[in-house]
Design a protein around this ligand. Sequence first.
Ligand code: NAD
Length: 500
Amino acid sequence: MEAKIPQDWHRKSATIKFPRELFINGRFVKAMSGKLFATINPATGQILAEIAEGDRYDIDLAVKAARQSFDKGLWVRMSIADRKKIMLRWLELMEKNFNDLALLETLDVGKPIRDSLAVDIPLSINCIRWYAETMDKICDEIAPTGYDSVVMVRREPLGVIGAVLPWNFPLLMATWKIGPILAAGNSLVIKPAEQSPLTTLKIAELAAEAGLPEGVLNVVPGFGETAGQALGKHMDVDCLAFTGSTEVGKYFLRYAGDSNMKRVSLECGGKSPNIVMADAPNLDVAATAAAWGIFYNQGEACSAGSRLLVEEKIKDRFLEKVIAITKKIKLGDPLDPNTGIGAIIDQKQMQRVLGYIDIGQKEGAKLLCGGKRAIEASGGYFVEPTVFDRVQPNMKIAQEEIFGPVLSVITFKDAEEAVRIANNTIYGLAAAVWTSDITKAFRTTQALRAGTIWVNSYDDGNMAMPFGGFKQSGFGRDKSLHALDKYTDWKSVWVNLKTS
Ligand code: NAD
């Protein structure tokens, strides 16, 4: 990694170059329509850059490029050793461009620069490294038969994969798709969220520089209803990997049914419960995790611990700690290395978050801190970290994904009631339980319906740990070797050895 971190990110941001065009067939190109759209800096409300706006014609071009590269075997038939060399060279280029990537991410989505530097960019690079390293370690299967035959069960790439992505962790979500898709030998077309195209375009450019053959990785920024829908309905896309809201995820199931029955995997929303029992091993540690579990990334995290379930008898004591930690978090300029909470992605999302805060008050929850727009003079979209006490499990702020820095606190009497409340939403992405009782911990993990469960921790993970949802949080897993299942299929080949 680049050792020198500039302290003056504002000065650096005045000179940084923005990628502005679609990346198709190994090069930057204009949109066929010639149209542009603005990507906004959420911390100032000002236009950062005008980006080429892809629509269905550009998506079609990108899918054709991906198909051609796949059919010609430019990537899939290259030796694994050479593929790995290219992936590793690509990583080196990302590391060389580490600061630029971090700055582009922060400018584009308003997240604190310290998070881009410590989390988004290193984890994205690590993800590509992890899959590059798996490529020469996974073997296919030989199924048992008799002496006279051999059955090979081969894992084969699906072909052309489409990926439609959200704006909250733009590069990380892109690499969670790119890593296993490329490791499996596929070609792909990515449609980043319209709010956050910059880092994905940048790494596509670096991939070409590293030697990734043309057409294997294509990036088409544009809007959901045009470019996103076109990818979802394309007749020559074999599989569509989506990360985003549950509402839009359901469209992709329809698109697949209305087109070529492409496979679909959905990583969708959440309303994750963070359950703190009275016998939690360390209430200070649990309180810090509860605050950061929701306020990290401005609460714009699919796995955010947006429902804090606290055992009644420790509630007041525990909330005091959470509020004290919350008040210490610095809200403000994302380019200030001390900032802990940056700006909300755009005006619409900010209004949505403020709307939920209003609803919470009208529903009768008690506002303990925050609740307002902040630093309005900056032109940016800042919302104070907000904590609601006395939330009832059926209130909207306990049921619906707000996707902002708003914590809903609910109390319970015993583990059974905690699990009942925890499971009572349409979502099932993540959950946590804090207790010193090993049996209670284990029983709770058995009863919770969620794809990821932490015990005495929040939001930990590594590349070996699959990530994805139960219920309407979606299906299919990102990360780990299981992600390869989404982008491959098994081909059985029976070979007869008998000659007479
Ligand atoms: P979103 O659903 O609004 O948009 C996601 C993507 O879908 C964007 O690229 C958008 O352009 C596209 N899109 C929107 N409407 C479309 C349409 N009609 N047809 C085709 N494509 C369309 O989500 P968002 O606001 O970008 O991201 C926030 C959501 O993502 C939250 O719900 C969050 O929980 C979820 N998320 C989930 C995970 C996970 O791993 N489970 C990770 C990150 C984010």
